[in-house]
Design a protein around this ligand. Structure first.
Ligand code: G6P
Length: 480
């Protein structure tokens, strides 16, 4: 507000995301321990010197305790800078994160609804929506308070679509970019959102000076929604949207991986030990690897069904191949995710029962959080299966070729954002076509070693073309 001069209005670059770079756990004696998260955004920002403030939500009671104990609300995180965790009431957070962001906006952009039953927008949905508004307003308030005059603010993802407009109202002097890590739904699907919600999301993002997307496909879907649903003035050639007198430029920034950092991490002893243990377990059999969050859009069940069809149609692989399916537990507050994880476990058990023979276990499914194990699996993979129903980018498709030691062949869904960059050297599949996916796995297993090595090299070059540091710098640069 006018005249208010907050003590912390000194930051030039601010980042806002739901999940922050660190999380806390609380010991019985009340001691807090901090754990740094992985992920592209954290490594991107670790490279930015100094003057950065990362605003994120408290995701647990331990986070809330840490936020309350922090001096002036700020935590110093070595290698990142200052982190401000917002102490959002648990109920508000639950409705904003679970009910709106993950059960509604995520489902829309990934086109996941089973429409005879869901979605359904009633009075309760409107209450959930009010929590989403309050949660977004809490971010806008914190950013408005902490940003130095003329700062650049980088807002991340579908959790925070209302922040650009709310922040512009509070601080017209700051420059705002919003980035969507997800796909964007085409207008005919987006329209299932009621006008009061759907329009507010579009208008929320249009408060930004720059709106970034992973691929041209998602950027164009956003432009289509702005034109067809909002009636905004869209210039497709210039990729700008003018709405209520404000211009938003739309940009495409396909996030890649940092090859050097990834290879250095994969050379550490915890990874090499897991690689040795896995090799011991599977012997010299060929390996088909997949790595996912336990996430509906990742299409794990159809992927396992394709592996089952491969084994049924091509018995020559019996005893000679093992499928490693490693999954990180995710969003288990939502019943759909718990049921999905159970469905994954069911089909995995069926495959092991049907084909396992006491000397050969065709499938190793593990559902837990083990990053070094994933890095080890990339190194050993002969084939990497990435078959999402829809995906903003999919970094597994980029990490795998970067770390593969065998020149792994990539089987890739044409609905992953990564397909736009990688289709030339991947074996492409329709994620709904289980038979086609099974044949693609067969072809990938048969691909000659030198061809696989050549393709891997080109895929790795694409994967590391825009590492997180440059991806982030490009977005700040787009703000002028
Ligand atoms: C996707 C989203 C991210 C999110 C991640 C993990 O990649 O784009 O914003 O952080 O999934 O989801 P979670 O709900 O665990 O934060």
């Amino acid at each position: 507000a006018a005249g208010y001069s907050p003590p912390m209005a000194d930051t030039q670059v601010l980042v806002a995301s739901n999940r922050g770079p660190v999380s806390f756990s609380l010991a019985d004696d009340g001691a807090l321990s901090m754990r740094r998260g992985g992920g592209g955004l954290v490594s991107a920002l670790a490279e930015l010197d100094g003057d950065i403030l990362w605003v994120c939500a408290t995701l647990s009671d331990a986070d809330r305790t840490a936020a309350r104990r922090a001096t002036e609300g700020r935590l110093d995180v070595p290698g990142i800078g200052a982190v401000r965790m917002l102490d959002i009431p648990a109920g508000t957070f639950h409705r904003a994160y679970n009910a709106v962001a993950n059960s509604t906006l995520w489902f829309v952009h990934h086109m996941l609804y089973d429409t005879p039953n869901k979605p359904l927008f009633d009075a309760r949905s409107r209450r959930d929506w009010q929590s989403y508004e309050a949660y977004n307003a809490a971010f806008a308030d914190a950013l408005a308070q902490d940003a130095a005059p003329g700062s650049k603010v980088a807002v991340q993802d579908y959790h925070l679509t209302l922040v650009p407009t709310l922040l512009r109202e509070r601080r017209p002097d700051v420059k705002i970019t919003h980035f969507s890590h997800t796909p964007w739904a085409p207008p005919e699907y987006y329209r299932l959102l009621p006008d009061d919600i759907g329009n507010q999301v579009l208008e929320g993002i249009l408060g930004a000076d720059h709106a970034g997307f992973q691929t041209l496909r998602w950027a164009e879907a956003f432009l289509d929604c702005c034109a067809e649903i909002l009636g905004a003035d869209v210039d497709r050639a210039a990729r700008t949207v003018t709405h209520q007198g404000h211009v938003t430029r739309v940009g495409v920034h396909g996030l890649g991986v940092d090859g050097d950092a990834l290879r250095a991490r994969a050379a550490e002893p915890d990874v090499t030990a897991r690689a040795a243990a896995l090799r011991e377990q599977v012997g010299d059999r060929r390996l088909i690897v997949r790595i996912d969050r336990t996430e509906l859009s990742k299409n794990i069940v159809r992927g396992l069904a394709a592996y089952r069809e491969l084994l049924a149609k091509h018995p020559e692989w019996h005893g000679r191949v093992v499928h490693l399916a490693f999954a990180y537990p995710s969003r288990h507050d939502l019943p759909e995710y718990r049921e999905y994880t159970a469905a994954v476990q069911r089909i995995a058990a069926e495959i092991s029962d049907e084909f396992g023979d006491g000397t050969w276990d065709p499938l190793i499914l593990q559902v837990n959080d083990d990053y070094p194990r994933s890095l080890a699996a990339y190194g050993l993979a002969d084939v990497l299966l990435v078959n999402p129903i829809r995906d903003g980018m999919n970094l597994v498709a980029k990490e795998g070729p970067t770390l593969s030691k065998n020149g792994c062949a990539l089987v890739l869904s044409d609905q992953a954002g990564a397909a736009d960059e990688m289709s030339g050297d991947a074996i492409m599949v329709n994620p709904f076509d289980v038979s086609q996916t099974a044949e693609a796995l067969h072809r990938a297993l048969l691909m000659p070693a030198d061809e696989r090595a050549e393709r891997r090299k080109r895929l790795a070059a694409v994967a590391t073309a825009l590492p997180p540091q440059r991806w982030f710098a490009d977005q700040l640069a787009a703000l002028g």
